[in-house]
Design a binder for this molecule. Structure first.
Ligand code: SF4
Length: 231
């Protein structure tokens, strides 16, 4: 097992907890606005093994309150199960960030009670995933992940990065209907200053969704979910 990196402290990645963040490499999506291009392409050097992660987490017991596994896409790696098992054996809650493309892995982790919080990105209405992933069965795949999360995750959130041209009033309402009844739907502001996987993404048009429109998105999504927040 090899990770690309460890962020030793974070106050924002695990809701309500001081956490560390473990970064995996490689992703099966090509989101044009991705801010982790090197990780997504699998180009970032992989240099941290399970022994090093274990030693680090042992040294932080009593200081850290949780561990976040993010990517890239962590569920692409079969060893994510061993990683979660190791973290749980050290009594840390685990949060998993995922694009939802491996519902079988997600379900396995949930059934084995190896994750405590799942954050799944929903990039667009499930019929409109072509800019992000060209898999012909992506709608069924993502629907399965949504079902597993809502049925079995101890805690969870669905998240949409609100960047033009993908985030519109229609797309946000459609996504909210798809996750109807969900505990939490997060609308994430897009940061235009960071470089993107598609280098032209910020230049083709201004992807920024301004504060008033974000609030409008929230009011459209709120009737369908238990809580909708802007982050
Ligand atoms: S933003 Fe898209 S391309 Fe980047 S890591 Fe997440 S799912 Fe992969």
């Amino acid at each position: 097992m090899f990770l690309a990196g460890i962020q030793k402290n974070s106050f924002i990645d695990y809701p309500g907890k001081i956490s560390c963040v473990l970064f995996t490499t490689g992703c099966n999506f090509v989101c044009p606005y991705c801010h982790n291009a090197d990780l997504a392409r699998g180009e970032y050097p992989q240099r941290i093994g399970l022994d090093e992660v274990t030693a680090f987490l042992q040294s932080r017991q009593g200081m850290l309150e949780g561990v976040v596994i993010t990517g890239g896409e962590p569920t692409l790696h079969d060893w994510v199960v061993d990683l979660c098992q190791t973290i749980k054996s050290l009594n840390y809650p685990v949060k998993l960030d995922t694009n939802g493309s491996r519902p079988d892995v997600l379900d396995h982790l949930l059934q084995k009670k190896l994750v405590d919080f799942v954050a799944m990105d929903i990039k667009a209405p499930l019929e409109d995933y072509d800019p992000f992933c060209r898999s012909p069965r992506i709608k069924e795949t993502l629907s399965a992940s949504i079902r597993h999360i809502m049925a079995s995750a101890p805690d969870y959130e669905f998240r949409t990065t609100c960047a033009a041209p993908f985030a519109t009033r229609e797309s946000i309402e459609t996504i909210a209907r798809t996750i109807e009844g969900a505990r939490c739907y997060v609308l994430q502001k897009f940061n235009r200053r960071a470089a993107c996987l598609d280098p032209e993404f910020n230049r083709r048009q201004d992807p920024t969704v301004f504060a008033d429109e974000m609030k409008r998105f929230r009011s459209l999504a709120t009737p369908f979910v238990q809580r909708c927040t802007i982050r």
